[in-house]
Ligand binder design. Structure first.
Ligand SMILES: [Zn+2]
Ligand SMILES: [Zn+2]
Length: 475
């Protein structure tokens, strides 16, 4: 255990020295009695007035006294020391067991609830279950603020302040920093839910996130009796900005080489869960994504609980050729130049190399493959009710649902248009995968408020794997 800037509890530090001192004191007392008797005896013997018989009497008396101190004193001292040691040991064992139990309870609570305090700056913090907490009075760093030899439920900081050491008595209210890089951590001991939205440049990631976040915040959250909370004014403004962009249909492309990350706490007003969920929806600028720069940002992928992989169908030459005449010039200017196959390969490589996800860990992450922009050029026809009914009828023995039919329609569409490789890679690398069609903007560029369709379907599907509470309560 690392040395902490706090006072160890009595039974782990002062208790030992007290025991040592009391045993030492008992022996010293015995020695003092013996030397006392001895000096009295020698005084009597050197006294010329004392007769020989009397001297003999004193010799017998003092020798008996000295012997009894040696025998009885030793026995009594040994016995009392033993009692002292046993009491100290018992109390120590009890306290040890108590703090081990509390330590275990604290650990299990964090692990069971998948609680973790992610740092958005570095990647190393995933090795730590709890962040470094700061003393509210002197600011000194407590790197292991858990039940232990410094205290079971609370500990005394070196400055004298009493601080809590468990999840249930206020530890998470203390200020915290990342143990690896020292950046402040806001989402302390909450349950992070991280969903990166990925895809090549201009596939509509920002649009998709805008549509999802706005509809989630404005419709799903109130209807489900949930509540959104922000940990900073800046994050709150970002969300307000999103709602405004939605109503104007004006979504900036994330051209600055940084990830937009939308984070907020989601609480249940009915207290159906605790602690709150901490949403992380990442949008990485396509240029960064394609250009393999700014690896630091990509490290955020390691907290990946579900993936949205967006495809711009018109980035595929076969599809673009077929539909070119039906696409407005404004939309043509926004077609993604990244081949979806390349985008997927780079992404998988990044997840493995930078985030350090093993192929088997990666295969457990659910992925929603979403064909975006299906409102453009009449592409919607391939996925509308008539098309789906036809697929259901064709597979009548399988008793398909509409969403199964949608999945089949999307896979077929991609295979027929030269993206069979992509479908195959997804099926090989991700155990839980489903294909969706969607239109995040809902109409041609520059035509008023966003009218997204099918954005919530893939997200709701993802959440059915990511978080049971959210899946259950989603209205
Ligand atoms: Zn960090
Ligand atoms: Zn302090």
């Amino acid at each position: 255990m690392m040395v902490q800037p706090a006072r160890k509890s009595y039974y782990f530090e002062k208790g030992y020295s007290d025991l040592y001192n009391s045993i030492k004191g008992a022996w010293i007392n015995n020695k003092i009695s013996i030397t006392g008797f001895w000096s009295k005896l020698s005084q009597k013997l050197s006294d010329t007035d004392t007769g020989a018989l009397e001297k003999l009497f004193y010799i017998v008396m003092y020798v008996i006294a000295i012997l009894s101190v040696i025998v009885v004193g030793t026995i009594v001292t040994l016995f009392l020391s033993l009692v002292h040691i046993l009491i100290l040991l018992c109390v120590m064992v009890i306290i040890y067991i108590a703090f081990l139990i509390m330590w275990g309870v604290d650990r299990l609570y964090l692990i069971w609830n998948k609680i973790f305090s992610p740092c958005t700056v570095c990647t190393k913090c995933s090795e730590y279950l709890i962040p470094t907490y700061l003393c509210p009075n002197c600011g000194v760093e407590h790197t292991r603020l858990t039940p232990g030899v410094y205290g079971i439920l609370k500990r005394e900081c070196q400055c004298g302040t009493i601080i809590p050491t468990t999840f249930f008595n206020g530890r998470r209210d203390l200020k915290a920093i990342c143990p690896a890089c020292g950046s402040p951590i806001y989402g302390k001991e909450s349950k992070p839910i991280c969903v990166p939205v990925i895809g090549g440049s201009a596939v509509g990631k920002t649009m998709f996130i805008t549509a999802f976040i706005r509809d989630f915040a404005v419709s799903v959250v109130p209807a489900s009796n949930w509540e959104i909370e922000h940990y900073s004014k800046e994050k709150q403004l970002l969300l307000e900005n999103i709602v405004e962009n939605y109503s104007k249909g004006n979504v900036r492309k994330t051209t600055d080489k940084s990830a937009i990350s939308i984070n907020f706490f989601l609480k249940s007003k009915d207290n159906l869960w605790y602690p709150e969920k901490l949403f992380f929806i990442y949008d990485i600028a396509g240029e960064v994504f394609g250009g393999e720069t700014e690896d630091r940002l990509q490290k955020q992928y390691q907290y990946c609980h579900g993936i949205v992989f967006l495809i711009d169908p018109f980035s595929c030459p076969d599809i673009l050729n077929d539909y070119f005449s039906k696409i407005s010039p404004a939309d043509r200017a926004q077609i993604s130049q990244t081949n979806p196959n390349d985008a997927l390969d780079i992404f998988i490589q990044k997840l493995q190399d930078i985030a350090g996800l093993s192929p088997s860990a990666l295969s457990k992450v659910p992925i929603a493959v979403v064909i975006n922009k299906t409102d453009i050029g009449g592409l919607q026809k391939l996925f509308d009710n008539t098309a789906l009914a036809e697929i259901i009828a064709r597979n009548s023995k399988k008793k398909l649902t509409e969403s199964d039919a949608q999945d089949i329609a999307c896979r077929e569409f991609l295979r027929q248009n030269g993206l069979g490789n992509l479908v195959q890679t997804i099926e090989m690398k991700f155990k839980t995968n489903k294909f969706f069609d969607c239109s995040a903007l809902g109409h041609s560029i520059g035509q008023g408020p966003m009218r997204p369709s099918h954005v919530m379907v893939p997200m709701r599907w993802l959440f059915s794997f990511i978080d049971r509470d959210i899946a259950k309560g989603w209205r």
